[in-house]
Design a protein around this ligand. Structure first.
Ligand SMILES: [Mn+2]
Length: 341
């Protein structure tokens, strides 16, 4: 494992020189957020982005994410041209020597919370989700007030997409994902890029839209769709270790059915057993990039929800502490089986 940190580019208030001062961070996770889904990423812009990261003393470890155009997920006839564009972007990522591409296959919305600023008892602010609260949002009236990540679609376009997905059920979404992977995995393999799908977040249907990358069985099905090492996953708590190409470590406290809020990274604050997560990764020989996932807003910091500097820096240190302690701990004989289950 080596530690990485997400950086949103020149507009990010968390700058590369700040990230440089977090001990042990070696790599940057980033993307060209200004390129619309479906367009190939311009070679010049990607090269300049990579040069900035390099000049700051980091490796460009992961592209997160290259968004997948909705027509690909919907299986529309236009998808072939859009998949060609995606392949071109993969080739450019490979040419720059960036080893991992993280993407997701969630219809319409990326990650979603129902609150972006829940106040915790210690005075910090965090992201939270309560399925019962989704009903408060009327998508027919647009996305006003909806704290979705990357709420890219507005008004009529959103309504048309939601209507189109009414005919796409889970099995069809799987077929469309398979069609996509059959075309992109050979290209990724050829240019040395490892594909790492991000699980759906939250891992259940929202607003009646299908979501399929929701549990361990789904990840097993995913890697079997195209059985090549280039076809892998982002993090999965030790399952299918050989195909984990990228790890996001985050803690949440589950407070009920489809209700949770995000907590500080150490295990005792949430519902995730972080030492065992890292032990499972260590036991399968994980040597790829890891990043602290979302952090709370602490010490008065204001900025991009989930992506402030301070709490993610604390997370990076906690995770490296656990990893360092694991280095001296023998690998238990049965642990590979446990981690691979
Ligand atoms: Mn994540």
């Amino acid at each position: 494992m080596y530690m990485t940190f997400r950086w949103f580019g020149s507009a990010d208030p968390v700058t590369l020189p700040y990230i440089r001062q977090i001990p042990g961070v070696e790599g940057i996770v980033s993307a060209l957020h200004e390129v619309p889904a479906g367009e190939p990423w311009p070679k010049d812009a990607l090269t300049r982005h990579a040069e900035k990261i390099d000049a700051a003393g980091f490796r460009f470890s992961v592209v997160e994410s290259v968004p997948v155009h909705e027509d690909i997920k919907l299986g529309r006839p236009t998808r072939d041209r859009l998949i060609d564009h995606y392949c071109l972007t993969i080739r450019r990522i490979g040419e720059l020597g960036i080893p991992v591409l993280c993407y997701n296959f969630m219809p319409v919305f990326d990650w979603m919370r129902t609150t972006l600023d829940r106040r915790l008892d210690d005075g910090s602010f965090t992201l939270a989700y309560d399925h019962a609260d989704l009903g408060r949002f009327d998508l027919a009236r647009g996305l006003a007030g909806l704290p979705a990540w990357a709420s890219a679609y507005e008004g009529p376009e959103l309504a048309a997409l939601l209507a189109a997905y009414r005919d796409v059920h889970e099995e069809q979404l799987w077929e469309h994902l398979g069609y996509f992977l059959e075309r992109i995995v050979p290209v990724a393999a050829e240019v040395g890029v490892k594909l790492a799908i991000h699980p759906d977040d939250p891992p259940w249907s929202i607003f009646g839209l299908p979501r399929i990358i929701t549990d361990a069985a789904a990840l097993a099905r995913l890697v079997a769709l195209v059985d090549h090492n280039a076809n892998g996953v982002t993090f999965c708590t030790g399952s299918f270790g050989a195909r984990v190409h990228f790890a996001h470590c985050r803690n949440v406290r589950v407070t009920g059915d489809r209700r949770f809020y995000e907590t500080p990274h150490p295990s005792r604050f949430g519902s995730v057993d972080m030492p065992n997560v890292l032990r499972a990764l260590r036991d399968v020989g994980f040597s790829g990039p890891m990043r602290p996932d979302h952090g709370r807003m602490i010490w008065g910091e204001a900025g991009r929800p989930g992506y402030g500097l301070y709490d993610r820096a604390l997370g990076a240190m906690y995770l490296q502490g656990l990893w360092e302690a694991l280095a001296d701990e023998p690998v238990a004989p049965q642990s590979f089986a446990r981690a691979s289950r």
